[in-house]
Write a protein that binds this ligand. Structure first.
Ligand SMILES: Nc1ncnc2c1ncn2[C@@H]1O[C@H](COP(=O)(O)OP(=O)(O)OP(=O)(O)O)[C@@H](O)[C@H]1O
Ligand SMILES: [Mg+2]
Length: 126
């Protein structure tokens, strides 16, 4: 079997909560709680969920824009979570985030139905 393009294994990211009700208590937000998946070459994975469920945090951890609390990531067989400096810089030339920008990607003059429908309408059958 060929290795996946991207492998995410038991990824966890917690953030400390500041100003909690219990003074001094170290409460944590579990932004990502043990997720694992593979993406093969040519495959597309959609990560869908409510706001705050950890989608962006997952992307940031995969690229090491933020440090995962635990877990491992491999890209093209190279360990993303165990490299630093130059090697990480080289890897970032092959992996990128396209940050969400609804004003650039969604036309405010169109309805949601028209925006989604546009991609489904075959001009040959107008
Ligand atoms: N730097 C941070 N410090 C503390 N908490 C954070 C930080 N970044 C994210 N969180 C928390 O982690 C959780 C996951 O956030 P994340 O931004 O990954 O969600 P999301 O799925 O991308 O949401 P959206 O659909 O709104 O973009 C949320 O509870 C968020 O408040
Ligand atoms: Mg997000």
């Amino acid at each position: 079997m060929t290795e996946p393009l991207l492998r995410v294994s038991n990824l966890v990211k917690t953030f400390p909560v500041r100003g909690g009700v219990l003074a001094g208590a170290k409460e944590q937000v579990h932004a990502i709680d043990d997720i694992s998946f593979d993406i093969g070459a040519g495959e597309t994975l959609g990560l869908v969920g409510e706001s705050g469920c950890g989608k962006s945090t997952t992307g940031r951890c995969i690229l090491r824009l933020i440090e995962p609390t635990s877990g491992k990531v491999w890209f093209e067989g190279r360990s993303v979570t165990e490299i630093d400096g130059k090697a990480l810089g080289a890897l970032r030339r092959d992996m990128q985030i396209i940050f969400q920008d609804p004003f650039a990607s969604l036309n405010p003059r169109m309805t949601v139905g028209a925006i989604i429908g546009e991609a489904l309408i075959n001009p040959n059958y107008g």
